[in-house]
Design a protein around this ligand. Structure first.
Ligand SMILES: [Zn+2]
Length: 361
C-alpha cells in the first residue's frame, strides 16, 4: 500500500478503507488520498496494470482560437470521447477497480445521470450489480444508458439532493455498500489523468482551465494532478482552475465569497450535471480554487443555453451542463481575468447526445 487516508477537514490520517466514506472525528467530512513521501513510483492508484479500463482518457483537443480573438489561445478538450460519453469514466475506472479489489459484488450510487451511466458500464464489465439513484427529471438517454448496462434504476422525485438521501436510506435498509463517487476518494484519484494529459499535450502552455462545477470532482482531481506534476518538478506553476456554477445552484461560489448559502428548492436548471445544492467536498473545492489563485463565477440559464447553441454552430454538441463553462469564459473575459496573455482550455464534459430532448430548435 503506497497511500493512506487523510480527512479533508480535521487532517487526521488513517489506514485507507474502501468502505469508510466519512471521518468519524469531524462529522460529514470526506477523505483524501495521501501518498507516503518516499514512494518512488508515480503516484497512481491502484497500479496502472490493475485498472480495468474501457478506453477512458486520452481525449482529443480542438483549437478554437478564431472564436475568441481577445484570448491568447482557446482550446476544447473533448471529454465526451469516453466509453459512456462523459468525463466521469476517468474516475469510475479507478473507483470500481478498487471496489473489485475490495470484494464488492453489489453497490449503490446516486447521480444526476452521467456518473450513474458510467458506473453501470464499468460495473457490468467487472461483474458487479449496481443500484443507481437518479432524479426523476434526468434525461431519458442517461437513464437508458444505466438500464442497458444492467444497472437497477431508482427514479427519485424532487431535486438532486433527494437522490442522495434515498440512496443512503436504501443502503441502511439493505446493507448494500454505498460506493458514492462524490464521497469515495478513489474517484478523485482517477480524475487526475485529466491534468497529466494536459501536461503531456501542452507542457506549461495552458494558463487557465474553466470548469463547470457541481460536486467538483474534476476541479479537485485536476488540482491534485497538477500539484503532483509540480511536486515532481515537471511544471513550475499550476494553471488557474476557474469554477463556474449556475445561479440558484451556487454553494461553492457563495462559500468562496463568504456569502450565506441556502438552497431554494424551486430553483431549476437544464444544466443538470451541476445542479448540486450540497456538495460534500465543498471546502476542498474552495481550497483548490484558492490555492491555484483562480476565480469562481455564477452564470445564468439564458447565457448557458445560448452558448450551448453557439458551440453547436462550431460543430460541437455538448450537454447543456458544460455550456455553463462557456458562459463563464465570457464573464472572465469581461472582468479581464483572462485576456491576450491567457491560453484557455475548457473541458467539454459530456455528450449532447445524452440530452437532446431538452434542446430547443
Ligand atoms: Zn476529520
Amino acid at each position: 500500500m503506497n497511500h493512506k487516508y487523510i480527512c479533508i477537514e480535521c487532517k487526521r490520517e488513517s489506514e485507507s478503507d474502501f468502505f469508510k466514506l466519512k471521518c468519524e472525528e469531524s462529522d460529514y467530512s470526506c477523505f483524501d488520498i495521501k501518498y507516503y513521501e518516499n514512494n518512488a513510483n508515480f503516484p497512481v492508484l491502484p497500479s496502472p496494470l490493475a485498472i480495468k479500463s474501457l478506453g477512458e482518457g486520452s481525449t482529443p483537443v480542438v483549437r478554437f482560437k478564431d472564436k475568441f480573438p481577445e484570448i491568447g489561445d482557446f482550446i476544447f478538450k473533448l471529454e465526451y470521447f469516453s466509453p459512456t460519453g462523459s468525463f466521469k469514466d476517468r474516475g469510475t475506472s479507478l473507483l470500481l477497480s478498487k471496489a473489485k479489489e475490495s470484494g464488492v459484488k453489489e453497490f449503490v450510487e446516486d447521480s444526476s445521470g452521467n456518473a450513474g451511466a458510467s458506473m453501470s458500464a464499468y460495473a457490468k464489465n467487472l461483474g458487479m450489480k449496481c443500484h443507481i439513484f437518479v432524479p426523476e427529471q434526468t434525461p431519458l438517454n442517461k437513464k437508458n444508458q444505466v438500464k442497458i448496462f444492467g444497472g437497477e434504476l431508482h427514479n427519485i422525485a424532487g431535486p438532486r439532493q433527494n437522490s442522495t438521501v434515498a440512496a443512503k436510506e436504501f443502503c441502511n435498509k439493505t446493507g448494500i455498500p454505498y460506493v458514492s463517487h462524490n464521497y469515495n476518494p478513489y474517484f478523485i484519484e482517477g480524475m487526475k489523468s485529466f491534468a497529466y494529459e494536459i501536461y503531456e499535450e501542452f507542457n506549461e502552455k495552458i494558463t487557465d482551465i474553466v470548469i463547470p462545477v457541481g460536486n467538483g470532482s474534476l476541479l479537485i482531481g485536476a488540482y491534485k494532478g497538477f500539484n503532483e506534476l509540480k511536486g515532481l518538478g515537471l511544471i513550475k506553476r499550476i494553471p488557474k482552475l476557474h469554477c463556474i456554477q449556475m445561479e440558484g445552484f451556487s454553494p461553492i461560489y457563495n462559500k468562496f465569497n463568504n456569502l450565506d448559502w441556502k438552497f431554494n428548492p424551486s430553483s431549476k436548471t437544464l444544466a443538470g450535471g451541476i445542479a448540486v445544492s450540497d456538495p460534500p467536498r465543498i471546502n476542498q473545492v474552495v481550497d483548490c480554487i484558492k490555492r491555484s489563485s483562480s476565480e469562481c463565477e455564477v452564470v445564468s440559464e439564458d447565457k448557458t443555453l445560448s452558448w450551448h447553441r453557439e458551440i453547436a454552430n462550431w460543430g460541437i454538441l455538448s450537454e447543456i451542463t458544460c455550456a455553463a463553462a462557456l458562459a463563464g469564459v465570457e464573464k472572465l473575459l469581461d472582468k479581464r481575468v483572462i485576456g491576450k496573455d491567457s491560453n484557455v482550455l475548457v473541458p467539454i464534459t459530456g455528450s449532447g447526445l445524452k440530452d437532446l430532448s431538452n434542446v430547443k430548435f
